[in-house]
Design a protein around this ligand. Structure first.
Ligand code: C5P
Length: 204
């Protein structure tokens, strides 16, 4: 069976950066599963039916730059609460996890629902204030006008939606290794993740 790394955590905790770096380091394929929900959310904003889009979604549709916007993130959190949408996206994610060279998937329910038998599960988190500050810096660097308190509120609202939904809420799997990035630089977080995965590979 292929080597699978499941990475979960809230928005802006650094899991995407860690996941991409880990995939590069170990030569694994990488899927940012948030993009699937963003693609469905954006399609709904454009008047399409969520379930129909989720059933037909394929990975070639995940390159749209619009998927990276705040509007797409908010639309994603809404459609992600619909059990039928989640169900429709399971097969694509599990299929990806079977890539011959192994895979890293990041999201909210990878260790708990999508890949419960993953070789390594990481839960990457940080305080809401630090995550909001990272998002705020990112947005201002891109030239967006925003204020920190509004960004913090959006981070907290998205956390609440993700943690409180009935189906596949954001949660650490019981056997996940916890990675708190609150006071870590990105290269320190990546180094810790790599060392956890190396240990898991040795223990196989
Ligand atoms: O990770 P990202 O911010 O792109 O995810 C956007 C939204 O998609 C999340 O706030 C969450 O509601 C949803 N999502 C999910 N399950 C995943 C990945 C993302 O519910 N595996």
């Amino acid at each position: 069976m292929a080597f699978v790394v499941a990475i979960d955590g809230p928005a802006a905790a650094g899991k995407g950066t860690v996941a991409r770096a880990v995939a590069g380091h170990f030569g694994l394929s990488y899927l940012d599963t948030g993009l699937l929900y963003r693609a469905v959310g954006l399609a709904v904003n454009r008047g399409k039916d969520a379930i129909a889009v989720a059933q037909k979604l394929d990975l070639s549709q995940l390159n749209d730059r619009e998927l990276r916007t705040q509007a797409a993130a908010e639309a994603a959190s809404k459609v992600a609460c619909e059990p039928d949408v989640r169900e429709a996206l399971i097969a694509t994610q599990r299929e990806f996890a079977q890539r011959r060279n192994g895979a890293v998937l990041d999201g909210r329910d990878i260790g708990t629902v999508i890949c419960p038998n993953a070789n390594v599960k990481l839960y990457v988190f940080a305080s809401p204030e630090v995550r909001a500050a990272r998002r705020y810096n990112e947005l201002t660097m891109q030239g967006s006008e925003c204020d920190y308190q509004t960004v913090l509120k959006k981070v907290q609202d998205r956390d609440a939606l993700d943690e409180e939904r009935a189906t596949a809420p954001l949660a650490a799997a019981v056997d996940a290794k916890m990675l708190d990035t609150t006071s870590l630089k990105i290269d320190e977080a990546v180094a810790r993740a790599i060392s956890i995965i190396e240990q898991a590979r040795r223990d196989q």
